[in-house]
Design a protein around this ligand. Sequence first.
Ligand SMILES: [Zn+2]
Length: 422
Amino acid sequence: MSEIAMPDSVAHTVMERCDLLATCSEEAGCVTRRFATPPMHQVHELFANWMRTAGMTVQIDAVGNLIGRYESNRAGAQTLLLGSHLDTVRNAGKYDGLLGVLVALACLERLYARGERLPFAIELLGFAEEEGLRYQSVYIGSKAITGTFDVQALALRDEDGIAMVDALRAFGGNPDPALLRSPRWSPEELLGYCEVHIEQGPVLEAKQLPLAVVTGIVGQQRILVTFKGEAGHAGTLPMKQRHDALCAAAEFVLAAEMLGQRESGLVATVGQLQVQPGASNVIPGEVTLSLDIRHEDDTKRDLYADQLRERVDRICRERGITLAWQPVQRSPTVSCAPSLIKRWRQALLEEKYPVFMLPSGAGHDAVTMSTLTDIAMLFVRCKGGISHHPAESVLEEDVAAAIVALERFLKLTAKEVEDERI
Ligand SMILES: [Zn+2]
């Protein structure tokens, strides 16, 4: 059992708020909340009320990030950032993103109810956009607040043809490129960024654990692979004289799967496949596929990519196929700060929760925040590892565990600041 006494109603309120916020949606009967849409205003309004009641000042920045500030008891104190994102994917669950903001809010409400201020300020961030649903461009909120926003993205159009610049203006934001390029803080002002988030994977459930301290956000590479063979008549061209691009691609898909199964920590996925000319009676002449590979160790991931490249070279040579291997993205692994990991571990230990470490296979705003300050994350078990789906589900007792752990984390941070260790 945990050391911090907390009434059941605290986690219960978080669960009720998740239900309430799920009704702020662009589509009736399901949760869809894209960047800079009216339901985002509703979410802001609800949060702003809760934040003000908890003694915080509230503002919405130029890109539509919600920022609640809980002042320190010291003048000129540094700031600890907490938060997660407020947008969702299409037909989403109720907890991805929102849970992290609500867990942090619950801790701040408890602090305020006790009349407690800390030797550092806390800013609670509800990011305007993380999922990339509206503009196929991820982390818009955290990029703008860290000064890493690419202003060319303002010209992107959504599926209704609305440019980001116009959507932002209509929302009440300010698309002034200078504002969207200036970081809110300098690194010296900050103590770090901590995000609580559902795991979005099945590991914690399998281990029967409520929480995990995240080691880092796994790096990834995306490669477009094109196989050029020869199209031909499906009835007249003998099997031995064919250069079937899809057969070569199929061999490669299975080779990628096999490598992923063999190497620990590696995941390899072919998620898109375009077959030309794409007729039932024509031998496929050209295939383009997407390869997504992820591993926490950047060096190993590069090595596995090289191995797959060699393998596909061989497949294509043997089949008389021309190959194009085009890397489109390479994001290195972002490690959580060792000092913050240590503090999370201590917080779990002191609250008598098992300490378990886990890398994040999914991307998060923490990736962008790492350009400005130290980052850390805490994962909460979710049912069946399901996310980005209405069936997303968390246990109230796990939410309680996350609140208690974060409260202990804040106490430990306060002690380190008071002892002048940070
Ligand atoms: Zn998320």
